[in-house]
Design a protein around this ligand. Structure first.
Ligand code: GDP
Length: 227
């Protein structure tokens, strides 16, 4: 890498670090679109199958161990959970730089149809009706790859024309060459999807790998820029 490229890489990573380096707090859980607060700061959302490592990733990105656990208490699981940096009133003159939306996990083996339908209604309404939503990060367990219900969610986002990016979780569970192969495979699988961001990121909340790159990617998404 040239000296100039190294400097740019470091500045890019630093922008992500700074964006997340603040205390975060749970704002509220949304079970119905009518409960959604008025559109305020830019939002980025995380989606994924239950147990994909979504709470762990949100906690690792923010450096706050207990943050996303609040959302996983029973009863909360079907809600969109919103997190914002502390110390902002949320009024138009005091908006935080962005908000994190933790979408309810999907893919429960034995979920009753009514529950799946309620999930689909809420998530699709949110995806379609939220102009401040900058990007959805779709988490995929590195051990499992893309499954049928993940593809269904990608279809939904293509239909709603919401930009999304695939992020592998638990990359520490497979060997680096297998991670590289999976990134390649998924990259090929999404190439024709209209709303997919082409780069696939790999992360491990446990080891901390890929978190800096994901934070920096989020900083760009919020600023409506690409790299
Ligand atoms: P959620 O249901 O998607 O919120 O998933 P959780 O964050 O609760 O994680 C599900 C399980 O995966 C837990 O047992 C975590 O400890 C484990 N896990 C999450 N992230 C990682 C990771 O990066 N590496 C490893 N090895 N395990 C992880």
């Amino acid at each position: 890498m040239s000296e100039q490229a190294e400097k740019e890489e470091a500045a890019w990573l630093e922008s992500g670090r700074l964006l997340f380096a603040r205390p975060w707090t749970f704002l509220r859980g949304i079970a119905h679109m009518t409960d959604l607060p008025e559109a305020g700061p830019p939002e980025i959302a995380f989606a994924g199958r239950s147990n994909v490592g979504k709470s762990s990733l949100i906690n690792a990105l923010t450096g706050q161990k207990g943050l996303a656990r609040t959302s996983n208490t029973p009863g909360r699981t079907q809600e969109l959970n919103i997190f914002i940096p502390e110390g902002h009133s949320g009024s138009a003159s005091d908006l935080p730089p962005f908000a994190i939306v933790d979408m309810p996990g999907y893919g429960f083996a034995k979920a009753p149809k009514a529950k799946v339908d309620a999930w689909t209604r809420l998530v699709f309404a949110y995806l379609r009706g939220r102009p401040t939503l900058k990007r959805v990060y779709v988490l995929i367990d590195a051990r499992h790859g893309l499954k049928a219900n993940d593809l269904g969610v990608l279809d939904m986002m293509d239909k709603a024309a919401v930009s999304y990016q695939i992020v592998l979780t638990k990359a520490d569970k497979i060997k680096p060459p297998a991670v590289a192969r999976l990134i390649d495979e998924i990259g090929q699988a999404i190439i024709k999807r209209p709303a997919a961001y082409p780069t696939v990121l790999a992360t491990s909340s446990e080891k901390g790998s890929g978190l800096g790159e994901l934070r920096a990617a989020i900083a760009l998404a919020i600023a409506n820029r690409t790299r």
